[in-house]
Write a protein that binds this ligand. Structure first.
Ligand code: HEM
Length: 183
């Protein structure tokens, strides 16, 4: 997986917990490389080990951790790929364009990059379905990223994110709706 995701995981642990927690996490995961570099691709296995150990250390489930981490990733991902964003987009438009723009760009940057395939079906102005497909089984990260996007676009109170399948499979369906704000 892309080094950026590892770098952001490191920052997530350092800011939500502290630096010594990160060191402890690396040690528990049997990893020595303290630094990940955004120009390199690292084994997926390292990410699984880090998230698995972090779950043990925090008492949260791996699903919860993936969701929280996904939410945390959004501002940085948006900043890094800001050139590809259109100013008129809000949460649902952004989701509709991720596959054809952001993930497409990521795939073209490095032959080893393999972001998940996101089939997005816009069923109306205020609703869409995301069909996530990836052998990495990180649907919970996708759920977190959608929540993070809603926050980013200041729509956290009106965007409902509902996985309609298990979040842990290779194929995950997520329903995203914009509801009328109350009051
Ligand atoms: C600004 C928008 C986005 C950018 C720049 C971005 C970029 C990336 C990058 C660089 C990776 C790592 C790929 C690799 O290591 O091969 C990745 C993975 C991932 N992306 Fe995105 N992404 C964006 C939006 C989204 C959205 C909206 C979703 C979900 C709805 C999503 C879901 C995921 C998931 C779940 C992974 C983990 C790998 C996997 O499950 O196979 N991303 N993305």
């Amino acid at each position: 997986m892309h080094g950026t995701i590892f770098t952001l995981l490191k920052r997530y642990v350092q800011t939500q917990y502290d630096h010594s927690t990160w060191i402890q996490l690396l040690e528990n995961s049997g990893l020595t490389a303290a630094d990940f570099d955004h120009k390199h691709v690292y084994p997926d296995e390292h990410m699984y080990r880090l998230v698995g150990e972090a779950a043990t250390m925090t008492g949260l489930s791996a699903t919860e951790l993936h969701e929280k981490f996904g939410e945390y990733l959004v501002p940085d991902l948006m900043y890094m790929y800001q050139k590809l964003l259109q100013p008129e987009w809000t949460t649902l438009d952004m989701l509709e364009h991720t596959e054809g723009t952001m993930h497409r760009q990521v795939r073209s940057e490095h032959a080893e990059n393999a972001p998940p395939v996101l089939h997005v079906t816009r069923v109306g102005p205020d609703e869409l379905f995301i069909d996530y497909v990836s052998a990495r089984r990180m649907g919970a990260l996708a759920v977190g990223i959608v929540r993070g996007l809603a926050k980013y676009y200041d729509e956290a109170d009106v965007i409902k994110v509902e996985p309609t399948t298990s979040e842990n499979g290779e194929e995950v369906r997520i329903r995203v709706r914009r509801v009328k704000s109350v009051g």
